[in-house]
Design a protein around this ligand. Structure first.
Ligand SMILES: Nc1ncnc2c1ncn2[C@@H]1O[C@H](COP(=O)(O)OP(=O)(O)OP(=O)(O)O)[C@@H](O)[C@H]1O
Length: 279
């Protein structure tokens, strides 16, 4: 993936949920052709940030921009939901499996922004749905009811729906949740291959280190309430720099060391309890 101008931009973005300011003063440019991992502790606001980027939540302050189909950066809220869903596929964190739909029908929902009602269900549409399911190893489950899928299979099926949307930008909220180790690696690889630009929240810092061009850490700046204060981007850059041992200690409260895989020459992150927490 190589960088160009921004496809997504946030300026001075804040989010207020209920009585709380969850996010504040977020400035972020996400260049076309890059992959960005968003990391941070539980409840810090990663999903909220992704929902703002996706245009499903309006920021309470600041502005969120997305390039439209002509490549012009426009305020996301001014882009019609149909055009937005052709530009970006957003896959939320958890979804209740529909007991009504077959797997293929659920994945075909990803085609809605691209098809006219009378065009749905054609041979070409079925081929796209089947290819998306094939990419996540579920082509043989196309005619099964959704509620027969396991947790990991369901996660993969929902990802297939995002892939079937055929958007240049994919926004994935914890895509590796429920997946076994092989599928964690394979799924991130598959979406990075297919999406021009990828933004994903992720908890596994070792996977984050190896899977993205850049990482953004959401955290509560010094001086704000460490549990409920509004979060902002406290570190942003190449993964190996963002996840150095000082930052991991500061932002995640654990010790860490980066090592190089002896056979693959890839960086890995070993996590351990802080000395003051160890037995
Ligand atoms: N509708 C809501 N009203 C009030 N507070 C909310 C609402 N939705 C979420 N929150 C709070 O906003 C904060 C951020 O939530 P968010 O889901 O964005 O965090 P996260 O970083 O994705 O967390 P996790 O890692 O646990 O998935 C949390 O403290 C959450 O409790």
């Amino acid at each position: 993936m190589s960088g160009q101008g921004p496809v997504l931009r946030l300026r001075g973005v804040g989010a207020r949920l209920g009585e709380r300011d969850v996010l504040r003063d977020i400035d972020l440019d996400i260049p076309v052709g890059t992959s960005l991992g968003i990391v941070g502790v539980n409840g810090v606001g990663k999903s909220t940030l992704l929902r703002i980027l996706a245009g499903v939540l309006r920021p309470s302050a600041g502005h969120c921009y997305l390039t439209d189909s002509s490549g012009v950066l426009r305020e996301t809220s001014r882009i019609s939901s149909r055009e937005r869903s052709r530009r970006l596929a957003y896959v939320p964190q958890e979804e209740v499996a529909s007991t009504e739909l077959l797997v293929g029908e659920m994945v075909a929902l990803g085609r809605v922004p691209r098809t006219r009602p009378w065009a749905r269900g054609g041979t070409q549409e079925r081929a796209i749905v089947r290819a998306a399911l094939d990419a996540v190893g579920l082509a043989d489950r196309i005619d099964d009811p959704c509620d027969r899928l396991s947790g990991g299979e369901r996660r993969r099926a929902v990802m297939a729906r995002g892939l079937a949307q055929e958007c240049p930008v994919m926004l994935l909220d914890e895509p590796t949740n429920h997946l076994d180790v092989a599928w964690q690696l394979r799924l991130l690889h598959t979406v990075a291959d297919r999406a021009e630009t990828l933004v994903a929240t992720i908890h596994d810092l070792d996977l984050a280190l190896r899977s993205f061009d850049r990482l953004a850490v959401l955290g509560r700046p010094q001086g704000s309430d460490p549990d409920t204060g509004p979060a902002t981007v406290v570190a942003h850059g190449p993964p190996a720099e963002v996840l150095d041992d000082i930052s991991v200690d500061l932002h995640f409260g654990v010790g860490s060391v980066q090592v190089t895989h002896p056979h693959l020459a890839q960086p890995h992150l070993l996590i351990h309890p802080r000395k003051d927490h160890s037995a």
